[in-house]
Design a binder for this molecule. Structure first.
Ligand code: NDP
Length: 500
């Protein structure tokens, strides 16, 4: 008698034979009553959940957030008090590629974090860049369409990308970071993470501060050139998974220094830039980063699908002491991310173990897909509505954040008027040494390969406004590339392919 466990159907009955289907006669056909065969085929048909529209290709791991600094005067969040240790999950990703895309492609990296605090899950769903391409969520679906496949050719279209970017100067900051060295990190460990949006902190006294989160790699920054990445992709499409999973498997635990920038609430009315504009940073000289602790990744998932693919991050997940801000992009993501998970994983996606808070949840939401932990979460079958007189869960007023001061009339304000889309890009350009600048020019020239001249000219005019050396550098790099242009103008390929 074998001591191995018995294979069962999903209903728990033993499976007598998992090698040979049940047939009428040795030469078939199979019988409909071979339920185990039908179940295996039916399950295989359903093994995929809808792929994320953005950030489909990802790599992740579990870890810990340890707080060492003291920011108790800014926030009452228990997970941010000195000495707090919070289990967490990280998922890194590329934005545009599908689930099978190669890892080492030039793209912004997602940097999504879920902290399982005693007061509920807190998610920071950021990127490896402190800014983004657009500042108004109205533009987000259009922008993403330019990054994904052309509806007719089913290929990526640099023409669409540069058409959109050149007509949207607010994208210049992020485009410059994307095309610079930091646009192609060697793996998730050698890049920074940024909460990107402005959030708020609030303390026991009900005072509000604005906050930005930064995660500075302790491994140092490492990047590939386009040529190096081409070589890597030629050898393996899974270089990030190999590096992150393999490293943690060997006991090499990556760490990030956690920092915050704090802005007193009323400062937001006097900064020269809109501090809630996702295309802008807060200069360090004005709001210096404060070290508050360390994030370490130290445990691989046992099952990629269950713990990384099924992980559902949403900026809507905040805890007392942390709040949103008037950032328009954040406000849209508070809705859109949770909604994407309801669509992708089911209405009650937070019952999936990797998404479940570690503290008990009590709510009156009913029924629907994925309500797998049974009924209504009130602890009393008669408490299925609220208010009730049967001791069902009730609200906790102390969890209400202080009032948000809002100024101005409701209107559709033109977000391009009065915004300096160039100054902070100039500050970044001035940080680059000569080598970084020449790689920036070459990367842009390669990515622009084959696009119509009219679009290129419109974009070059933006580079000129950042710094004359920027526009001229890209022009020269384009001229150098001309001899290497493909004979047929290819307008539907990735920046990476265009570099070849
Ligand atoms: P600082 O010089 O004080 O800030 C420099 C910041 O830029 C640091 O966080 C640094 O990150 C980062 N940085 C340094 N070199 C590079 C590079 N080659 N590529 C990308 N990022 C780099 O100046 P400011 O705060 O006034 O910011 C100047 C510009 O730096 C901004 O316009 C923005 O483009 C960029 N930046 C600013 C950040 C901010 O929060 N203020 C954050 C990240 C970038 P690190 O410490 O990891 O080297």
């Amino acid at each position: 008698m074998s001591d191995r466990p018995t294979l069962t159907t999903t209903a728990g009955a033993p499976v007598p034979d998992n090698q040979n289907s049940w047939t009428a006669g040795e030469r078939g056909p199979v019988l409909l009553q071979d339920y185990q065969l039908i179940e295996k085929l039916a399950h295989q048909n359903r093994e995929r959940v809808p792929e994320r529209v953005v950030h489909a290709k990802g790599w992740g791991a579990h870890g810990t957030l340890k707080i060492t600094g003291d920011i108790s005067k800014y926030t009452k969040a228990k997970c941010l008090q000195p000495g707090a240790e919070t289990p967490m999950l990280a998922r890194f990703s590329t934005v545009a590629g599908e689930a099978g895309a190669a890892d080492a492609e030039r793209d912004v990296r997602g940097f999504a974090l879920k902290f399982y605090t005693d007061e509920g899950n807190w998610d920071l769903v950021g990127n490896n860049t402190p800014v983004f391409f657009v500042r108004d969520p109205y533009k987000f679906p259009d922008f993403i369409h330019t990054q994904k496949r052309h509806p007719k050719t089913n290929m990526r279209s640099p023409t669409a990308m540069w058409d959109f970017w050149s007509l949207s100067p607010e994208s210049l900051h992020q485009v410059t970071i994307l095309m610079s060295d930091r646009g192609l990190p060697v793996d998730p460990m050698h890049m920074n993470g940024y909460g990107s949006h402005t959030f708020s902190f609030w303390n026991d006294a009900g005072e509000r501060y604005w906050v930005k989160f930064h995660f500075k790699t302790q491994q140092g920054h490492k990047h590939y050139t386009n040529e190096e990445a081409d070589h890597i992709i030629g050898k393996t499409r899974e270089s990030y998974q190999e590096a992150l999973f393999g490293g943690i498997d060997k006991g090499e635990f990556p760490r990030w220094t956690v920092q915050v920038q704090i802005m007193p609430e009323l400062d937001a009315e006097k900064t020269s830039y809109n501090p809630f504009d996702l295309t802008k940073v807060w200069p360090h000289s004005e709001y210096p980063p404060i070290d508050i602790g360390v994030m370490e990744l130290n445990r691989n998932a046992e099952n990629y699908f269950a713990e990384i693919e099924n992980a559902a991050f949403s900026p809507s997940n905040i805890v007392p002491g942390i709040g949103y801000s008037p950032d328009k992009m954040l406000q849209a993501r508070v809705f859109a991310y949770a909604d994407a998970h309801r669509h992708r994983l089911g209405t009650h996606y937070e019952t999936i173990p990797v998404n479940r808070p570690k503290n008990e949840v009590h709510h009156y939401h009913r029924d629907g897909q994925m309500n797998v932990y049974g009924g209504i979460k009130t602890g009393n079958p008669d408490a299925y509505y609220e208010p009730n007189s049967v001791n069902g869960p009730v609200e906790q007023p102390a969890a209400q954040e202080p009032p948000l001061r809002i100024h101005g009339d409701a209107d559709r304000y033109n977000h391009r008027i009065g915004n300096d889309d160039y100054g902070q890009v100039t500050a970044l350009f001035n940080l680059f040494d000569d080598g970084e600048k020449s790689r920036l020019f070459a990367n842009i020239a390669a990515a622009m390969s084959g696009i119509p001249q009219e679009i290129a000219d419109r974009q070059l005019a933006h580079f000129d406004r950042v710094h004359p050396d920027y526009g001229n550098g890209v022009r020269k790099a384009r001229e150098t590339m001309t001899g290497r242009e493909p004979a047929i103008s290819v307008t539907s390929n990735t920046p990476q392919q265009a570099a070849e």
